[in-house]
Design a protein around this ligand. Structure first.
Ligand code: FES
Length: 107
């Protein structure tokens, strides 16, 4: 088993089998990586491998549509396209949740 640390989710640590898809682990364990399509199209799952980049598999052509060579160099990947075979830490840009509807709540 390997350990994945979800830095942008309070440092939550989960374990997963080797060669797991990063987005699938996030979904199963409520890691919190944002996503929409799950198929390499939308780019929403962009994340940064803070530690253990060497434990991720080869960059896919679909990722090259959303990320630059410089970003790959900094450790950015698309979670739905990335398989992990060792301990990593991953972070991402946290979207602020929209401000709740205007109005006062009684009690
Ligand atoms: S979730 Fe859409 S590209 Fe990964």
């Amino acid at each position: 088993m390997i350990e994945i640390t979800f830095v942008s989710n309070g440092g939550k640590v989960v374990s997963a089998p080797e060669n797991s898809n990063l987005l699938r682990v996030s979904l199963r364990e409520k890691g919190g990586i944002p996503f929409k399509c799950g198929g390499g199209l939308c780019g929403t799952c962009k994340c940064k491998i803070e530690r253990g980049l060497g434990f991720t598999d080869a960059i896919k052509p679909k990722e090259r549509k959303h990320l630059t060579e410089a970003q790959f160099g900094e450790g950015y990947r698309m979670a739905c396209q990335t398989f992990v075979n060792g301990d990593i830490s991953v972070s991402w840009e946290v979207q602020m949740s929209p401000v709740k509807a205007v109005g006062t709540v009684a009690g």
